[in-house]
Design a protein. Structure first.
Length: 369
């Protein structure tokens, strides 16, 4: 079938809207009509050429929501008409990672996903007779996509696609990092570096967890007002801090934070986030994704003296199990998504969504089909 997709032809180039041929679902796969997709900083990161796994030409997008159109042979848990959110972290429930109960990083299809192909090693997308690659196993910047059954969360049918698509990455990543990975406790002091589409959800999660001080660090002063609505208690514009930012934050939190989160993807800030965690017990969680060749560093003494450095992918969430529950939280008014979706536009305007992100004007843009 012909589908409309925003194609990333090469690193650094704008996406182009194209008619692409999509083959139907093979065994274990599902054809999904994508109704809406958020644009995450990770899409921009891969498009920029910084992603060591970035491959072109490809159809990016990993924050979608839509409806099942057709299922391939052997698919038992989904049927046409079901509403779904594609998962870049699948949940097969049978691999050793899933069965360990120690991680959400299901590895059932990770190798082929990283090569931009379906689990059988081929792509379903073609343009002008040539293969176009999948991205993160989801490729939601197309009005139809094919996704493995294990990478689809079935969600309730009354949830609006334009809002809950954001649960496909940003909401779950931010709130999940607080609840599942860091396990923030009532009364904890928290510092969040980066108040964008992820960091504001970390703030929202910290408030849900009952944190006391919730400090946000950003260079964009426009982020303060919205962050306060989500639970921020102290805003720090790092461009305005005189002297050492780490010392300033340690002073503000009277000895360091119980938990810090890096939500930018900057290795220097990852170090600062670790070093302003409390001596003896402070935990620093890296969420931001850094480019090829970037490495983190600190004095080992920072860890010897009790700080813990860890990371979080997709908020530690097991997608098929947890995503439907997060959709319920939204529908029950327990979490705020609406105020974070600052721009909605047709897929034809997707390059505007990237520009708004680069300019620091948007929190989340959602493209519709
Ligand atoms: N680990 C995971 O599972 C996931 C990781 N990510 C990553 O999280 C990071 C954040 O993504 P988004 O929130 O969508 O990006 P965003 O662009 O919406 O937000 C980034 C924020 O960082 C701020 N910032 C930039 N440079 C700064 C600096 N030097 N000091 C202080 N603040 C600064 C910006 O002003 C902005 O508010 C990205 O690296 C993204 O790739 C995103 C989703 C999932
Ligand atoms: N491909 C990159 C790393 C990209 C990355 O870290 N992705 C995150 C999700 S970011 C979502 O917006 C993730 O979950 N990673 C786990 C994984 O298995 O990919 C690189 O090679 O550095
Ligand atoms: Zn993302
Ligand atoms: Zn698995």
């Amino acid at each position: 079938m012909d589908v409309r997709a925003a194609v990333a032809t090469k690193a650094g180039a704008p996406l182009t809207i194209e008619t692409v041929q999509l083959e139907g679902p093979r065994a274990g796969e599902v054809l999904v009509e994508i109704k809406a997709s958020g644009v995450c900083h990770t899409d921009l990161f891969t498009l920029s050429g910084d992603d060591p796994e970035g491959l072109f030409p490809a159809i990016l997008g990993h924050e979608g929501a839509g409806v099942v159109v057709e299922v391939g042979a052997g698919v038992t848990t989904l049927k046409p008409g079901d509403h779904v959110i594609p998962l870049y972290t699948p949940e097969c429930r049978t691999c050793s990672y899933c069965l360990s109960r120690k991680t959400n990083l299901c590895q059932a299809i990770r190798e082929t996903q990283g090569r931009g192909v379906m689990p059988d090693g081929t792509s379903r997308f073609k343009m002008g007779g040539k293969e176009v690659l999948h991205y993160m196993g989801t490729s939601t910047f197309a009005n139809y996509t094919v996704v493995p059954e294990i990478a689809l969360a079935k969600i309730r049918e009354d949830a609006p696609f334009e809002k809950v698509c954001y649960i496909g990455c940003g909401v779950t990543t931010g709130i999940g990092a607080v609840i599942n990975t860091a396990k923030v406790e009532p009364g904890d002091n928290v510092i969040v570096f980066g108040l964008g589409g992820i960091g504001l959800n970390v703030i929202q999660g910290a408030r849900m967890a009952g944190a006391d001080m919730i400090v946000g660090v950003d260079i964009n002063p426009a982020r303060e007002a919205l962050a306060r609505k989500f639970g921020l208690t102290h805003f720090v514009n790092s461009n305005e801090v005189e002297g050492d930012l780490v010392q300033y934050l340690v002073g503000l939190t009277k000895g360091g934070a119980d938990h810090t989160f890096e939500c930018i993807g900057n290795v220097k800030l990852m170090r600062q986030a670790l070093e302003c965690a409390h001596k003896g017990w402070g935990k620093s969680t890296i969420i931001g994704v850094a480019g090829a060749g970037q490495e983190i560093a600190t004095r080992p003494f920072q860890l010897v003296t009790g700080r813990v450095w860890q990371g979080s992918a997709f908020g530690g969430a097991r997608g098929r199990t947890d995503v439907p529950k997060i959709v319920d939280w939204y529908m029950d008014g327990k979490i705020n998504i609406d105020d974070l979706i600052t721009h909605v536009m047709p897929i034809d305007k997707i390059n505007d969504a990237f520009q708004l992100m680069k300019d620091g004007t948007s929190i989340r843009s959602v493209v519709t089909f």
